[in-house]
Design a binder for this molecule. Structure first.
Ligand SMILES: [Zn+2]
Length: 264
């Protein structure tokens, strides 16, 4: 049986698809965007000047198989600059020098919410460094607010970057209905950082926020209360569950210690 699924990538044409012996899927594509912006004068240029070396980007898995997109990025020449420089076309669906498509990176970022980097790394069959690389590439990226219609539930989650809980980043998400998107990755979990980010949300979108869902960390709760509204913060059920599990767990440990001391 055949069926079609969307690649979730804009402006590309599939040239052909290859299946590796190990099941991996390689999709060869060509961009249908026929222009670039000169890296020196920033003017729009459309004089094609060959192609860069082929690159392979990890993309969202298809039927559980690792899937890769392969493309030769086009180069364009600027005829208006004196030295006629060439510029490699930048496409909206991947960041230059990233080994993954944006859709895949966002998928991995979402996996880290309410989870850990180790677990995400195992689930995705990606190295620990590859997951932290994705997180690092998203830190302090500008949000394209114009592309967002409403925010509804804003999630603030801290993710530990290093084993040993030394360094944290904050992942900011938005859930509307069943859809969850990554809004931003903030460089730490300080109240000032979260507050500064929340203040960049346009007024039009602030009005669409119904809840702010956060772990119980004071910095998040207070930042959200100060910027958005006093009564908008709800505590993430995962964190509440963790807290009352912790009481039981502490009791279990205490009892075990007591019994070990008392019994032979
Ligand atoms: Zn130019």
């Amino acid at each position: 049986m055949n069926f079609e699924i969307s690649l979730d990538i804009q402006d590309v044409k599939i040239k052909h698809v290859k299946k590796r012996k190990n099941g991996d899927i390689i999709i060869y594509v060509k961009s249908t965007v026929n222009e670039a912006f000169c890296r020196e004068c920033n003017r729009k240029i459309d004089k094609c000047h060959g192609f860069d070396k082929e690159i392979t980007l990890r993309h969202l898995s298809i039927l559980g198989k690792k899937t890769y997109i392969r493309i030769s990025p086009a180069r364009y020449k600027c005829l208006l600059c004196n030295n006629k420089p060439t510029t490699t076309q930048k496409l909206s669906w991947y960041k230059q020098r990233s080994p993954n498509t944006k859709a895949y990176e966002e998928h991995v970022l979402l996996q880290t919410v309410n989870s850990t980097i180790e677990d995400t790394s195992i689930k995705e069959n990606l190295g620990y460094e590859a997951v932290t690389g994705i997180i690092n590439r998203y830190i302090e990226c500008k949000v394209d607010w114009d592309s967002i219609k409403k925010l509804e539930t804003v999630g603030l989650d801290e993710i530990s970057l290093k084993k040993g809980h030394k360094d944290f980043v904050t992942i900011v998400t938005s859930r509307t209905g069943e859809e969850v998107i990554i809004l931003a990755v903030l460089k730490d979990r300080k109240k000032a950082t979260v507050k500064r980010f929340l203040q960049t949300i346009p007024e039009r979108l602030i009005k669409t926020i119904k809840f702010v869902c956060s772990d119980m960390y004071d910095g998040f709760v207070n930042a959200a209360k100060e910027v958005i509204s006093e009564n908008i913060v709800v505590i993430d059920r995962f964190h509440v569950a963790k807290l009352y599990r912790k009481c039981i767990d502490d009791l279990r440990k205490k009892e075990l210690k007591r019994l070990k001391a008392e019994l032979t």
